[in-house]
Design a protein around this ligand. Structure first.
Ligand SMILES: O=C(O)COP(=O)(O)O
Ligand SMILES: [Mg+2]
Length: 228
């Protein structure tokens, strides 16, 4: 296995499905929203398969009952549902969410090794810090970019480029680490290498088909490829 370029010293991390298994809290807020609207709820497993494109898409998938958003979805209902969801999630943003194995120690080691770390997620920005605080990751990251920080989200390259800019770095110095096609496609569009993790929320797809430079089964394997 080759290692990232010698110049890589900035690591851009996806949040949901990469650092944090947030699906339990997201699913509770989605189902709370559906219940308030008098609609059928879904299992956590089903909702897990809808996470990754931000809050609006998640709630529109839930209203559609499918990963494909119904073209007949009423925009007013969608807006109402999103407001309910954001409020509900805000109340319980980090109750059942957990870091994946090895994340805390690995991030601490990477920091000690001198890497600069950023979160680049499609999750609304307001939820990032409370989750990091709830999971013992306060002050670990230099920069946080959410799905509503800019007008464009992953798989667009802009959030990655924005994170680099905030850290005063060029994209060539970065490596993107994520669990879904959005992360890998955003990295390719931004012109940087990526790591695809196999355990997260990947819509049932094999992350390898998007051709990240590395495919890893465990978060801790990241240390190995950076050290090789
Ligand atoms: O869609 C979400 O809320 C999660 O997004 P992320 O996987 O980019 O962190
Ligand atoms: Mg993700």
């Amino acid at each position: 296995m080759s290692s990232p370029s010698q110049k890589t010293d900035i690591l851009l991390f996806d949040l949901d499905g990469t650092l944090v298994d947030s699906a339990p809290d997201l699913a509770l807020a989605v189902n709370d929203t559906l219940q308030q609207l008098g609609r059928n709820t879904f299992s956590q497993e089903v909702i897990r398969g809808w996470v990754g494109n931000g809050a609006k898409t998640l709630i529109e998938r839930a209203l559609s009952g499918d990963i494909e958003i119904s073209p007949d979805l009423d925009p007013e209902l969608s807006a109402k549902a999103l407001a309910i969801f954001l409020h509900s999630y805000q109340q319980n943003v980090c109750v059942h969410s957990k870091l994946y194995d090895g994340v805390l120690n690995s991030l601490q080691t990477l920091k000690e090794l001198g890497y600069k770390l950023a979160v680049v997620t499609n999750k609304p920005e307001r939820f990032i810090q409370p989750i990091l605080d709830g999971l013992g990751l306060t002050d670990v990251f230099d920069t946080l970019v959410g799905g509503d920080t800019l007008t464009q989200k992953k798989p667009a390259p802009e959030p990655l480029l924005h994170a680099c800019q905030l850290m005063g770095a060029s994209i060539e110095r970065c490596l993107m680490i994520g669990d879904s096609r959005n992360d890998i496609l955003a990295a390719k569009a931004a012109g940087t290498a990526s790591v695809g993790l196999t355990y997260g929320y990947n819509y049932g797809e094999d992350i390898a088909q998007y051709q990240p430079e590395w495919v890893l089964d465990n978060f801790t394997d990241l240390l190995k490829i950076l050290k090789d």
